[in-house]
Write a protein that binds this ligand. Structure first.
Ligand SMILES: Cc1cc2nc3c(=O)[nH]c(=O)nc-3n(C[C@H](O)[C@H](O)[C@H](O)COP(=O)(O)OP(=O)(O)OC[C@H]3O[C@@H](n4cnc5c(N)ncnc54)[C@H](O)[C@@H]3O)c2cc1C
Length: 417
């Protein structure tokens, strides 16, 4: 490792941010034997619905005891309160022999307070040097990057610290400070707002709330351009909404939804919001020694707002690209992170962006969208794509049937029923 001309602790890699993206990158690189600093601002639970697909559990070796709850399907609700129930088909994946109660043909919910901390601990156990602090600035010095951070939450007066690293991974979330300083365009990633309330789960008395079901409301009155959700996590439930429309009151939407499903009087544990970037950025790196991942790179799927799996997948690709840069000294190799990620997921991102643009436009289209969701072919392909993170090419007849039905709905030949 070349020695920098200062007294800061020196590393091969500094990872800024210890959410799903940062902790995944730090874990992989430390396990490969590189020296890694992971700087994470402590003390805040990431606001998040916590819905994750089985592919995340498989690909990133997540133990089943981290799962707060499993649900067996989703209910999609239309502007006129009709619904499509999308139950997950029979198990497509064999259970590991030591599986407890976590079948991989379920949707899983994680509590981010527990999930993120477990990921960070796994990274430190692999050898990453965890630093509690708030990143403030980076300076290139020819050989690498000098990073400054303030200890703890970074409040006024807290001690200023430095680390020096040959490469930097910016995993500090939406509106990334690392991105702002190092990667052109990063500060312009468009975001939608998201807000949710964590409430005590009720004992179900009727069909309005089901602890084994994730509800998604496609209703313009709750969200003019996205959706509202009810995600049960066992003892607690996340009731939330997202929208890109400025001035729209997400708090009022959540209040209305809680009332409709009989959770208006339920005990409220937390009310919190955060931006969701809807990217991805077209270039994640500076061609020298800095690369962005996860929300910092805008890697969240349109239409679904799904970001946890993609944060971890992008971090894995970035970590591999960083290894190549460390081995060869070629900063351009960092660009492989974006290329590898888009090769795997680019098509899904495109399909979801088109889907959102068309189907979320007005209540008439949302009504038709919910009708389409009743179709068994649509359900089978949707679940396979979501759960396994791939677009299935194996069923051409199903694709053709869906296309014909889509055209019928788009042209008004089919009525929403
Ligand atoms: C309300 C809401 C609901 C959502 N629901 C879902 C869902 O159900 N399923 C899903 O897949 N996705 C969901 N998402 C999206 C998902 O939460 C994100 O895409 C995901 O957390 C991105 O992971 P990340 O590691 O890139 O960033 P983050 O999870 O934001 O982690 C960033 C980390 O960096 C740290 N950090 C930030 N600034 C600094 C700094 N200056 N210095 C040091 N550290 C810093 C933070 O403390 C944090 O630990 C939701 C988002 C919101 C807002």
């Amino acid at each position: 490792m070349p020695v920098a001309n200062n007294s800061a602790d020196q590393f091969d890699v500094a990872v800024v941010g210890g959410g799903p993206a940062g902790a995944t990158a730090a874990h992989y690189l430390a396990r490969q034997g590189w020296s890694v600093a992971m700087i994470d601002r402590p003390g805040r639970i990431k606001p998040c619905g916590g819905l994750i697909p089985p592919q995340l559990i498989r690909e990133f070796d997540i133990p089943f005891d981290l799962i707060a709850a499993n649900v067996r399907g989703a209910r999609i609700i239309s502007p006129t309160h009709r619904h499509a129930d999308m139950d997950i088909p029979a198990p497509g994946v064999a259970l590991p022999p030591d599986a407890k109660d976590g079948p991989l043909s379920m949707l899983s919910m994680v509590d981010r307070e527990v999930f993120d901390e477990w990921l960070r601990k796994r990274a430190t156990q692999a050898g990453a040097d965890r630093r509690d602090g708030k990143f403030t600035s980076l300076t290139q010095d020819g050989e690498g990057v000098l990073i400054e951070y303030q200890e703890g939450r970074g409040r006024d007066g807290s001690a200023k610290k430095q680390v020096w690293a040959r490469t930097v991974i910016g995993a500090d979330g939406a509106r990334s400070a690392v991105g702002k300083q190092a990667v052109p365009g990063a500060q312009d990633i468009p975001c939608v707002g998201a807000y949710h309330e964590i409430v005590e789960s009720p004992t179900p008395t009727d069909d309005r709330f089901d602890p084994n079901r994730a509800d998604l409301h496609y209703r313009g009155e709750l969200s003019p351009d996205f959706y509202a959700w009810v995600f049960p996590h066992g003892g607690t439930t996340s009731v939330g909404v997202a929208t890109g429309v400025k001035g729209f009151s997400m708090k009022s939407s959540v209040a209305q939804l809680r009332k409709e499903i009989g959770l208006d009087k339920a005990k409220t544990y937390r009310c919190e919001g955060a931006p969701i970037p809807i990217g991805p950025l077209e270039r994640w790196d500076d061609g020298r020694n800095v690369v962005l991942v996860g929300d910092a790179a805008g890697v969240v799927a349109s239409a679904s707002g799904e970001g946890i799996y993609y944060a971890m997948a992008s971090a894995q690709h970035a970590a591999e690209a960083v290894e190549e840069t460390l081995r060869t000294g070629n900063g351009e190799a960092l660009g492989n992170a974006y290329k590898a990620f888009m090769k795997q997921h680019g098509q899904v991102f495109k399909v979801l962006a088109t889907l959102q643009k068309f189907w979320y436009k007005n209540d008439n289209r949302r009504e038709r969208f919910v009708s389409i969701c009743r179709d068994p072919d649509v359900q089978a392909l949707t679940w396979d794509a979501y759960m396994n993170k791939r677009l299935v090419k194996a069923r051409p007849m199903a694709h053709i049937r869906i296309m014909v039905k889509n055209i019928a709905h788009l042209t008004g030949l089919a009525r929403s029923s």
